[in-house]
Design a protein around this ligand. Structure first.
Ligand SMILES: [Zn+2]
Length: 210
């Protein structure tokens, strides 16, 4: 326990709580921050980023490969803490996950589950065309027997469009799979099977509006 865990109570707002959100995806983390008395006795914002730790969902996504977390040398907000001790590095909230067998990971000895702080210039290069493949977790949806939708998870290689690691679901009582698509950040991509290069593939340049 910290030596002094008490916070200065705000006369107007009491313990002045704020709900934690994830820096990377903006979803609530379930943490509650008690800000107490703030400068000018202001009310705490409803949502705040309380730490640089990713939420469970993002942390699981990062574990899929080597997570490259974008950082800049300049803080976005005055007084923002650095992500690394004794260095001025500030995360932008963006990350990509790269297959550990990619050259950049092999060359540096980085393995799956590792998190690497990546300066923004390099990060930008990595996400531009020609960089190593990056993985993203997405939702795999199959539509059966006149509209019943069955969801599972999958991984999409955001460079090539290859879909892998499709979660299995029991569809014993279903007969006809009428449609299969992948949802990436809420956007729908039709799945193509047995293309020249891949068993499962989505054309990332061609999303359909839901
Ligand atoms: Zn998150």
């Amino acid at each position: 326990m910290p030596k002094d865990s008490s916070i200065p109570i705000s006369p107007k707002h009491g313990i002045n709580p704020t709900m934690g959100i994830c820096l990377y995806c903006g979803e609530e983390t379930g943490e509650i921050g008690l800000l107490g008395r703030l400068k000018g006795d202001e009310e705490a914002p409803r949502y705040s980023i309380l730490s640089y730790e990713p939420c469970k969902e993002c942390a699981n996504g990062m574990k899929l490969g080597v997570a490259f977390i974008a950082v800049t040398k300049k803080a976005k907000i005055q007084g923002q803490p650095s992500i690394k001790e004794n260095q001025e590095l500030y995360p932008t909230g963006e990350f990509i996950v790269i297959r550990p067998e990619s050259q950049i990971c092999v060359d540096n000895g980085w393995s799956a589950g590792q998190r690497v702080l990546c300066e923004y210039e390099l990060f930008k290069k990595l996400i531009e065309d020609g960089g190593p493949p990056t993985l993203k977790k997405a939702t795999y949806v199959s539509v059966w027997d006149g509209g019943l939708e069955v969801e599972s998870s999958c991984l999409v290689d955001m460079k090539t469009g290859e879909v892998t690691d499709i979660g299995t679901v029991s569809v014993n009582e279903l007969d006809n799979c009428e449609e299969e698509y992948v949802l990436i950040d809420g956007k729908k991509f039709e799945v193509q099977t047995d293309t020249n290069d891949f068993d499962y593939y989505v054309d990332l340049k061609n999303d359909e509006q839901e």
